[in-house]
Design a protein around this ligand. Structure first.
Ligand code: DAH
Length: 355
C-alpha cells in the first residue's frame, strides 16, 4: 500500500501545479498508459498471495479513481481558463468606426453576356454551352470545313496534341453541332463563351468571347435572320433606329453568308450607334449550310435556318467606350473598379434572364 500511496501523493502534488493540457496528458499516460505506474500495479496483481490480493486491488482501485477524478477536474479547469482568456482578449469594441465595405464589380464582359442573354431570351432563344477544349471534328469538320479547307488557316488555332485532334475552340460555332446532335429540331439557341486564337494586339487577344446564334425550323429564311439581328442590335445599343447592312461574305458553314455592319458617327470623339455614314463590322452570319445539317442528320429539305456569330468584347467596347481590348484580361483592379458594374445596379435594358 505504501508504494501506491507514494505514487498517489506524488501525482496529486504534480496535478496541483500550474499545468497545460499537454502536461496533464503526459501525467495521464505516466499513470494509465501501457506501462504506466498504475497500469503496472494492475498487471502485477496476479503475483500477490491471494490473502493480500483483494485488499490491494480495492486500495488500488480507490487510488485510481481518485487520480482519474483529479485529472478530469484539472482538464476542466484548464478549458475554462482558456475560454475565459479568449473572452477577455477578443472583446468587441463597439465604439470603433465601421470598416468601408468594398463591393466587387461585375466585369464588362460578364455584364454584356447577361445583357445579350436577356435580350435573346425575350424572343425565345435559350442558352447553350460547350467546352473550351474542343475536338477538331466539332470545331471544323462537322462545320463543313474539311482538313485542307483554306478557312482553317484563318483560325490560328491552339492545338493541344501532336495529332491536332484536340484544340482550344476557335469560335463558338461547334456549340451548333453539339446542340443539334443532342436533340431534335426545332432549335433556337444562343451560346456565349470563350474562344481562342493565336493573335494579340490592341483589338485582338488570344482569348476572346463570342456569342453564337442558331435558329432551325421549318420555313426559316433570311428575312427572319435580318429581323432578329435588327431587334437585337437596337435593344443592345438602346436605340430606336439602326442602320444595318449585310455584306456578302464567306463562311464554310453558311450559304449564303454575310457580314453585318452597323452605321455610326463620331460625336465629340465618341461613337454614336445608329446615325451617320460610317460603318462598323460587328458580326458574321448566314443560312446554315445543308452539309452542316447533313452532318448532324437533319433533313435539309424539311428544316433550314440561320446562324450568326458575334464578337462580345467588341460589343462591350463599343457600348461602354472602352478602347483597348487587352485591358479586359489584365485583371487590373483599378480598371475593373472604373469600367465594372455594380452588382446591385440593374441596367435599364435588363429584363431578367431566363435560362
Ligand atoms: N464562327 C465565325 C467566326 O468565328 C463567325 C460566324 C459567322 C458564326 C457566320 C456563324 C455564322 O454562326 O453563321 O469567324
Amino acid at each position: 500500500m505504501s508504494d501506491i500511496k507514494k505514487i498517489k501523493d506524488e501525482f496529486l502534488h504534480k496535478l496541483s501545479e500550474d499545468l497545460n493540457i499537454e502536461n496533464v496528458n503526459q501525467i495521464k499516460s505516466e499513470l494509465f498508459g501501457k506501462s504506466g505506474k498504475i497500469s503496472n500495479f494492475f498487471k502485477n496483481l496476479g503475483s500477490l498471495p491471494p490473502e493480500e490480493r483483494k485488499k490491494f486491488a480495492s486500495d488500488l482501485n480507490f487510488v485510481k479513481d481518485e487520480l482519474q477524478e483529479k485529472i478530469n477536474k484539472k482538464i476542466q479547469e484548464i478549458e475554462i481558463r482558456e475560454i475565459n482568456s479568449k473572452l477577455e482578449n477578443e472583446k468587441v469594441d463597439v465604439t470603433l468606426p465601421e470598416r468601408d465595405i468594398v463591393r466587387g464589380k461585375i466585369h464588362p464582359v460578364s455584364q454584356v453576356i447577361d445583357e445579350i442573354s436577356s435580350i435573346f431570351s425575350e424572343i425565345g432563344f435559350s442558352v447553350e454551352e460547350g467546352p473550351d477544349v474542343e475536338n477538331e471534328h466539332y470545331n471544323f469538320t462537322a462545320l463543313n470545313t474539311p482538313d485542307n479547307h483554306p478557312a482553317r488557316d484563318m483560325h490560328d488555332t491552339f492545338y493541344l496534341d501532336d495529332k491536332k485532334e484536340l484544340l482550344l475552340r476557335t469560335h463558338t460555332s461547334p456549340v451548333q453541332v453539339r446542340t443539334m446532335l443532342k436533340d431534335k429540331p426545332p432549335f433556337k439557341i444562343i451560346a456565349p463563351g470563350r474562344t481562342y486564337r493565336s493573335d494579340s494586339d490592341q483589338t485582338h487577344a488570344p482569348m476572346f468571347h463570342q456569342v453564337e446564334g442558331l435558329h432551325i425550323d421549318k420555313n426559316i429564311n433570311m428575312g427572319h435572320l435580318k429581323g432578329c439581328l435588327n431587334y437585337f442590335i437596337k435593344s443592345f445599343f438602346e436605340v430606336d433606329k439602326i442602320k444595318m447592312r449585310f455584306r456578302p461574305s464567306h463562311f464554310p458553314f453558311t450559304e449564303p453568308s454575310a457580314e453585318v455592319d452597323i452605321g455610326y458617327e463620331l460625336k465629340d470623339g465618341k461613337i454614336v450607334i445608329g446615325e451617320g455614314d460610317k460603318w462598323l463590322e460587328i458580326l458574321g452570319c448566314g443560312m446554315v449550310h445543308p452539309n452542316v445539317l447533313k452532318n448532324v442528320k437533319i433533313n435539309s429539305d424539311k428544316y433550314q435556318g440561320y446562324a450568326f456569330g458575334i464578337g462580345i468584347d467588341r460589343l462591350a467596347m463599343l457600348k461602354y467606350g472602352i478602347n483597348d481590348l487587352r485591358a479586359f484580361f489584365e485583371t487590373d483592379y483599378r480598371w475593373l473598379n472604373h469600367f465594372g458594374f455594380d452588382p446591385l445596379d440593374v441596367p435599364s435594358n435588363y429584363r431578367g434572364l431566363s435560362r
